[in-house]
Write a protein that binds this ligand. Structure first.
Ligand SMILES: Nc1nc2c(ncn2[C@@H]2O[C@H](COP(=O)(O)OP(=O)(O)OP(=O)(O)O)[C@@H](O)[C@H]2O)c(=O)[nH]1
Ligand SMILES: [Mg+2]
Length: 421
């Protein structure tokens, strides 16, 4: 499906990287991005997110490139999405729906599928407005219409019921997990979760570490999900359970974070987080921040964390262990690909396991001088970019053409895409 991508630069973070990431996301969802339209604004336009002039520019681009779908790199309000679809006469997808769609395609387990459906319905519920014609057409369908109820109320009620049922089932699964976790006696086994931005190299590292262990249990724990493995870490520590997890992206939809809480349970209950970072990515600092935001959201921000600077082969760095002023581990430089530094990482895991529980060595509590400098540089760079944007004369016109909020029959929200697959 030929797609036009739209990114608006608000002067926050690395805009080019963010647009590049949208291209990856679009491709992951099965779209073929044929053109990218960018704009610079200080704040979103209420009616179209971009200004109406920009919207028309997108419209021309759609015609020029035979585009079938327009994908925004932002969360659009239901009204903005509707107005854009009306003006451009084409399906418009926002970033949240795009990510939800990728998750829907990837979800393999029963639980994963339930979680995605829940997230999709919750997202859909916010854009439910009058004129949901495909249900309208089935009007009179059995049980679809209660007496005196409008279609909208019926739709809301149906979604609400489904959401409730999904929540109940997920809750039950969560309790089962909890029981299993207790039965495993996880207090005896030190558990490590690999977390990090998508594409940081978590799975590569997971494979490298589980193979690199002196002893690797081939067999997967039935009670863990398929991405957890037991690795023998030597006499002092014994077995350690290592889990690979779902990657994070910036602006991970809130519904998705909530729905995936159960999947991320291994992360919440881990004794140590290896926060894997793509050291060769120019936006690594921003990615670290985004991952930490999600960790906070799922209540895993209190867990000791070691930053794993991965892909040093691509970044031109050497294997290294960096410590904070108190001598705690803060950063380990490795390449999951070449295997460089994996021995250092294994030592770091062993050291953490020996110190646990209690030893907090969150990099946020210091880190080496180099890391601190890197943070400061990045932050002042962010400040500067923000300042530059404010200094500019932003004359993107405001749009008075606020479309009717109630919506007529032609302002139908796009729901085919977010239905379950
Ligand atoms: N050059 C280099 N590439 C690496 C290294 N580690 C991983 N990669 C590459 O980075 C890409 C992403 O690796 P994955 O292991 O799938 O990343 P991930 O973090 O599991 O990604 P998600 O599952 O999408 O969150 C792959 O193309 C890997 O081959 C490394 O140390 N050096
Ligand atoms: Mg992975």
């Amino acid at each position: 499906m030929r797609a036009a991508l739209v990114g608006v630069d608000f002067g926050q973070g690395d805009f080019a990287a963010s647009v590049e990431e949208l291209q990856l996301l679009a491709r992951s969802a099965g779209a073929d991005p044929v053109t990218t339209i960018t704009a610079k604004r200080s704040s979103p336009d209420a009616a179209y997110f971009v200004g109406s002039g920009k919207a028309d520019e997108i419209g021309l681009s759609v015609l020029d490139h035979g585009v079938e779908i327009v994908i925004f790199n932002h969360a659009l309000s239901p009204a903005q999405q509707r107005n854009l679809e009306k003006r451009l006469n084409i399906r418009v997808l926002d970033r949240t729906s795009l990510i939800l769609d990728i998750f829907a395609q990837r979800a393999k387990s029963h639980e994963g599928k339930l979680q995605v459906e829940l997230a999709q319905l919750q997202h859909l519920a916010t854009r439910l407005i009058r004129g949901w014609t495909h249900l309208e057409r089935q009007k009179g369908g059995i049980g679809l219409r209660g007496p005196g109820e409008t279609q909208l109320e019926t739709d809301r009620r149906l979604i609400g019921e489904r959401v409730k049922a999904l929540r109940a089932r997920l809750d039950k699964l969560r309790k089962q997990h909890e029981t299993q976790r207790r039965a495993r006696g996880r207090s005896q086994t030190f558990s490590v979760s690999l977390v990090g931005y998508t594409n940081a190299g978590k799975s590569t590292l997971f494979n490298a570490v589980t193979k690199a262990g002196v002893y690797v249990a081939d067999q997967l724990f039935a009670t863990l999900d398929t991405t957890s493995r037991r690795v023998y870490m030597g006499q002092d520590v014994g077995n350690v359970v290592i889990s690979d997890t779902v990657g994070f992206v910036r602006e991970l939809p809130h519904q998705l974070v909530a729905a995936f809480r159960a999947t991320l349970e291994e992360t919440i209950h881990a004794d140590l987080l290896l926060h894997v970072v793509d050291a060769s990515s120019p936006s690594r600092m921003e990615q670290i921040e985004q991952v930490n935001l999600v960790l906070k959201e799922i209540g895993a921000d209190h867990i000791p964390q070691i930053l794993v600077w991965n892909k040093i082969d691509a970044a031109g760095l050497e294997p290294l262990v960096e410590r904070n002023e108190e001598g705690g581990l803060s950063r380990v430089f490795i390449s999951a690909h070449t295997g460089a530094g994996l021995d250092l990482l294994r030592d770091a895991i062993v050291e953490s396991a020996k110190k646990a529980p209690g030893a907090q060595h969150l990099y946020t509590e210091g880190g080496g001088a180099d890391l601190q400098r890197e943070w400061q540089d990045w932050q002042s760079q962010q400040d500067q970019e923000q300042q530059d944007l404010q200094d500019q004369d932003l004359t993107d016109e405001r749009d008075p053409d606020q479309a009717d909020e109630a919506g007529g029959p032609d302002s139908i929200p796009t729901i085919t895409h977010v239905g379950s697959h």
